[in-house]
Design a protein around this ligand. Structure first.
Ligand code: SF4
Ligand code: SF4
Ligand code: SF4
Ligand code: SF4
Ligand code: FES
Length: 871
């Protein structure tokens, strides 16, 4: 540690730390328009000048490093004046009219500037007005008040030059280069923090400018719309497009993204009760200052008017209309119908579905309603099979499905082994931390090695070979056998590895051998396919086998099993499983799983279903059979915030509020407990699902059966009653930082059962796979919104160019996909991302349309592809 004097005050800081960061940490404001904390300084803006006693001239605090005995002044008049002069030069190339005008706080966007009536671009006409770092910097450096009016009587390069056009062609990110001060923060954020390099500094000298890709449109570059560049841009050059004119927020609320099991913490900005912007919330050490396009932009994927705002009832036959209903009447009606069914057919003629998108509180009450109030053991959710299969395989191999690993270690790993369809798309920030491990950044370089086992290309593939790693590309269905072969090699067994299309199995085996060194930090990340239960079982078993081969008794500490959905592990922990009560204890009586419920409904023994947040008609494979089952029910009750296909098929719909209007908790992929706070209120008559569950319980069992006044009461009951959640009462103070525990750290040697079956397609057919893609919104897809994928990049079946050529297909052709279970019409895209003989359709395309083609086990299926002939 070093001691320095900052503006006359003694301060302690780490020797060698960037001086600018130390100044800011002390709460002393300093202009620093090109610096990004933690990165190598660019030293381009010169606005961070300070006096360091003994040094010649003023110094840049971003390049200066703290040393013992340093005496630093930031506030002396000559220091401030130097910074003003530097800023005046920056302003000279900016639309700066308001920045130095004493009237600026009085002017409104529609006002004509009284000082300069030909000027249209200025702060009061700018969408970043009052939330702009350049503007704040001008304010705090007194550029207006001290008569620093550099433009008075001078030619103005900004207003006298022709300015480039803005790029507003994509749905999320606006790029208005005329506002740019060439600080290059965006270039460095995209390159050094995101490892994407979509932005460059093009040209030299005065005409230097920021360019996306090769200088074209943002959406034609490799930008993936994470928005990291927006967060660091000190001007209005890079802005969130949605709500940009109203995103000067009144309030910020910390909550959790619901779009994957990384569970990033986000902060939702609201204005007039509406969510208008989302930013990363740094309280979560894994996501820290980063999120992906889904966390940043999907908060408003569905307009309010498309959400359910009234409760609905359908009294006629299937297909007849649903009519609005009052809450109290609907609760009574539903309770009476359920009571009548229970009286006639028994409690076990009723089933309850929770959801991996529900909060823990909702899932806990859903299973409690089933087991304690209705008296039925049939509790599950429709996407449960792959997650259950993976969890059971992990438990069989390691003694506990709750692993001891911590995602914070991924970025510090020497070796990362990723087994996934496309981790970049399914779990973006986990992929980002993997890239951190491989390349780090120039301020903290790293040289981790990545072994990627993926049947299709994703961005992580670019982080393998060039960095001494390797990408093994097996056919879908043989990933587990490949990983098991690597595990066998690590154990010293002879093992035949299945063929891989590219990559080098010997190279992978050598890296795995290296990983046996206990001094190396190793992370094995397995993301099971969201539909394929058989693959998930085999894949998890193989990943566990590899973890055991590398770390023996400590296998649990290096393995991550990340479900597609945000709260799949939370749903299991809360007892939304036919075999498990809350906390993983055996259920008092085993019930039917979702597939069993479907069979029972078709057979006529299951009469009623209460669906809390689930949407089986989107998520479950074998859609026609699921629909047949739902239509056979005497009573289908749905609690949802959207008119999903399942809600439309229901007799009773309780309008729920969306995820960002909820208070509660999620348990993420490593069982870190994240907090949700309600950022927005309810729309129309909608009420949180917890109220529907509580009132239904009271309607069925009488007043007093449950009394929860607030979601926190349920959180506290979970902390009291669910083993592992003891710490996570509503007053817990470290959300996002701690895991469900105690977690077993010692593996139990039991059988692995990693029998994976490589699938081969029938000649003339392709092997159909599906998975989570990056851009399509969960909520948009659930209502079949035409712009659920606002970029329209994922509305295709991807097939290999050789297969497309053999079938006579070209980009954009409409094709019909046909399997034994059903057919689907979709446009095609020849793509080198997939193997020859393999086809990929996004899971969420058109509300899960592809699930109609899969069998009950969700495994890849042979599919016939033919051109759609015009009717
Ligand atoms: S970017 Fe900032 S400084 Fe520039 S016009 Fe907009 S609000 Fe004013
Ligand atoms: S949005 Fe993300 S990927 Fe796109 S340019 Fe900005 S930092 Fe790069
Ligand atoms: S776009 Fe923004 S962050 Fe990038 S160089 Fe310009 S002002 Fe700086
Ligand atoms: S990585 Fe996952 S949790 Fe994080 S912002 Fe993206 S979708 Fe949300
Ligand atoms: S912050 Fe130091 S030169 Fe820009």
């Amino acid at each position: 540690m070093a001691k320095l004097i900052l503006n006359g005050v003694e301060v302690e800081a780490e020797a060698g730390a960037p001086l600018v960061e130390v100044i800011k940490r002390q709460g002393v404001w300093i202009s620093n328009l090109c610096y990004i904390d933690g990165l190598v300084p660019y030293a381009g803006c010169r606005t961070c000048l300070v006096e360091i006693e003994g040094a010649r001239g003023l110094q840049l605090s971003c390049t200066a490093r703290v040393s013992d005995g340093m005496v630093v002044n930031t506030e002396k008049p000559e220091v401030k004046q130097a910074r003003q002069q530097v800023l005046a030069i920056i302003n000279a190339n900016h639309s700066d009219r308001c920045l130095t005008c004493h009237r600026r706080v009085k002017c409104m966007p529609g006002d004509i500037c009284l000082r300069d009536d030909v000027v249209t671009h200025r702060c009061v006409t700018c969408s970043k007005n009052y939330r702009c770092e350049l503007q704040t910097t001008n304010e705090l450096l007194d550029m207006g008040f001290e008569n620093v009016e550099p433009w008075a009587f001078e030619p103005r390069s900004y207003y006298q030059s022709e300015q480039p056009d803005p790029d507003r062609a994509n749905p999320w990110l606006e790029f208005d280069p005329q506002m740019c001060i060439i600080c290059t923060r965006c270039v460095r954020a995209c390159d050094e923090i995101r490892h994407t390099s979509a932005i460059t500094l093009a040209g030299r000298g005065f005409p230097s400018r920021i360019a996306f890709g090769a200088g074209g449109r943002v959406d034609e570059s490799n930008c993936d719309f994470c928005g990291a560049c927006i967060d660091v841009c000190p001007t209005a050059t890079l802005m969130e497009k949605p709500n940009k004119w109203i995103a000067r927020t009144e309030d910020w609320t910390s909550t959790t993204c619901n779009s994957c099991s990384v569970g990033c913490t986000i902060s939702i900005g609201t204005r007039a009760g509406r969510a208008v912007i989302a930013k990363p919330d740094r309280i979560n050490p894994v996501s820290a200052d980063q999120i992906c396009v889904r966390g940043r932009f999907h908060y408003d994927a569905v307009p309010d008017k498309q959400r359910l705002q009234r409760h609905l009832v359908r009294r006629g036959p299937a297909g007849s209309p649903q009519f609005p209903a009052h809450w109290g009447e609907l609760v009574s009606y539903t309770a009476e119908r359920l009571q009548a069914i229970i009286a006639q057919h028994g409690a076990e003629s009723v089933a309850v579905l929770g959801s991996p998108f529900n909060t823990n509180e909702e899932n806990y009450l859903a299973q409690k309603l089933a087991r304690e109030v209705i008296g039925t053991p049939h509790v599950d959710f429709s996407e449960a099979a792959p997650n259950r299969a993976a969890a059971k395989a992990i438990e069989a191999a390691l003694g506990s499905e709750a692993l001891a690993s911590d995602m914070l270690q991924i970025a510090r790993s020497d070796i990362v082994i990723v087994i996934a369809d496309d981790l970049e798309s399914s779990h973006n920030v986990a992929a980002l931390r993997t890239k951190d491990a491989v390349v780090g950044n120039p301020a903290a370089p790293r040289n981790g090695k990545l072994v990627l086992v993926s049947h299709m290309w994703g961005e992580l593939a670019d982080f393998t070979e060039p960095y001494d790693g390797t990408w093994l590309q097996p056919r879908p269905g043989s990933e587990a056998a490949l990983v098991e072969a690597l595990a066998a090699r690590a154990r010293g067994d002879k093992a035949e590895a299945p063929a891989t299309h590219n990559g080098d199995i010997e190279r992978a085996a050598a890296i795995v051998e290296e990983a046996k060194d206990e001094k190396k930090i190793v992370s094995i990340i397995y993301a099971p396919n969201p539909l394929d239960a058989r693959g998930a079982s085999a894949g998890a078993a193989a990943a566990a086998a590899l973890a055991k081969a590398l770390r023996g008794e400590k296998a649990s500490e290096c393995l991550f099993v990340l479900p597609t959905e945000v709260n799949a592990w939370g749903a299991r922990d809360m007892g939304v499983d036919p075999e498990r009560a809350p906390g993983g204890r055996p259920a008092p009586k085993a019930g039917l799983d979702f597939s069993g419920m479907v069979d029972a409904a078709i057979a006529g023994t299951l009469k009623a279903m209460v669906v809390v947040g689930d949407n089986p008609l989107m998520f479950a494979p074998d859609k026609a059979r699921v629909r047949q089952a739902l239509e056979a029910l005497e009573l289908l009750v749905v609690v949802d915030s959207l008119p999903t296909d399942t809600a439309k098929a229901a007799h009773v719909v309780f309008a729920d509020v969306p995820a960002y209007a909820k208070t509660g908790t999620f348990t993420n992929g490593e069982r870190r407990v994240d907090r949700l706070h309600a950022a927005v209120g309810a729309l129309g008559d909608a009420r949180p699902a917890l109220l529907a569950l509580t009132d239904l319980a009271i309607g069925l069992a009488g007043p007093g059966v449950w009394s929860y006044d607030h979601p926190d009461d349920v959180t506290d009951e979970i902390a009291e009653r669910v083993p592992g959640y003891e710490r996570f009462g509503s007053r817990f103070g470290a959300w996002g930082k701690q895991h469900v525990g105690p977690r077993e750290r010692v593996g139990v040697a039991t059988s692995l059962g990693a029998a994976s079956v490589p699938l081969s397609a029938v000649p003339g057919e392709l092997l159909l796979t599906t998975g989570r893609t990056l851009f399509t919104s969960l909520e948009g897809a659930a209502v079949h919104a035409p712009d659920a994928d606002k970029l329209h990049r994922e509305e295709y079946i991807e097939l290999h160019p050789a297969d497309a050529a053999a079938l006579g297909l070209k980009d954009g052709d409409e094709v019909v996909l046909q399997t034994e279970r059903g057919d689907l019409t979709i446009r095609c895209r020849p793509s080198g991302r997939v193997l020859e003989g393999v086809a990929f359709v996004p899971y969420y395309y058109d509300g899960g349309a592809v699930t109609a083609l899969f069998g009950t086990d969700g495994a890849p299926v042979p599919v016939r592809v033919r051109v759609q002939t015009p009717a």
